[in-house]
Design a protein around this ligand. Sequence first.
Ligand SMILES: Nc1ncnc2c1ncn2[C@@H]1O[C@H](COP(=O)(O)OP(=O)(O)O)[C@@H](O)[C@H]1O
Ligand SMILES: O=C(COP(=O)(O)O)[C@H](O)[C@H](O)COP(=O)(O)O
Length: 305
Amino acid sequence: MRPAILGIAGDSAAGKTTFTDGLLQILGHGRVGQLCTDDYHRYDRVRRRELDITPLHAECNHMDILAQHLRLLAAGEPLLKPVYDHRNGTFAAPEYLAPRQFMVVEGLLSLTTRAMRNCFAVTVYLDPAEELRRVWKVRRDCAARGYTPEEVVAELKRREPDSAAFVRPQRDTADIVVRFQPVEGSVDDSRLALSMVLRPTISHRALTELVDKAAADGCGSVRLRLGRDAGHPVDLFDVDRDISREETRHLESLLWDRMDFDHHVQRRTIGMFLEGNRRRHSDPLAIGQLFIAYHLLTAAASTDR
Ligand SMILES: Nc1ncnc2c1ncn2[C@@H]1O[C@H](COP(=O)(O)OP(=O)(O)O)[C@@H](O)[C@H]1O
Ligand SMILES: O=C(COP(=O)(O)O)[C@H](O)[C@H](O)COP(=O)(O)O
């Protein structure tokens, strides 16, 4: 069986792992496999320091082996995957990875080449406001990866040229760009606006109908409009940061209903993220996760695999 593969790219701490966690909840852990492209780093943490190279640079990653492994997965073949351990910055023993019905491939450079992108049914670029990402990066790297805030801030600065050269260009290639935006001058995670760029590379018809229905039912905080992104026509989907609980529940329930054709989908709690070691909930995150899960399910259902 050939899996339906979702490719997620975005800068460090853009929320790739957090977003993926919710997708796994929706689709069911048992039938989704995961691959993180960090495992394809060419050098460990010490060697990167010695070479003064950042993990964002294509040369710092085995891009050829990653592309080869994506092809294997897309063909339904198993592989032996390298393992990078973020807790200590070294490599562990390789792991056997067999494709499942759905696969989520996420990482800094997962959408880099056309050959890689061709392996995916749906592609997403996570593009949170930069000030938000910086806060998230400091918080996560200090809580989970043994860095001090000063080290993370210095690393962000050191990475900026590679971020511009290797990570951000992927934004223009994704079917969907997901952006979380805080209130100006604040980075309150509980009040983020969600905006999504929906490119015509995949069909958004069912979702546009759904948004129309939500609007007709009185959800004034959700909007869909035609716009342009990087000079091209796109649909722009916006959810206000002040959306009420009631509106959120209604929108979520419309999205869950749309996925009823798949009997394995479970209405679990999604939209969870870690603030340091504390688990918190985000409505815009949950809505984004439901949108993307729906796309992956319909892509899987519409393709002969
Ligand atoms: N949608 C979100 N809402 C609030 N906080 C988030 C969200 N996504 C990520 N975060 C915060 O950012 C941190 C880094 O996110 P993570 O998913 O580990 O990023 P990545 O996998 O892209 O490096 C998380 O630990 C969490 O604190
Ligand atoms: O930028 C990232 C990618 O991970 P993520 O996208 O999850 O931030 C990490 O800094 C590198 O993989 C190196 O890891 P470390 O800094 O642990 O050596």
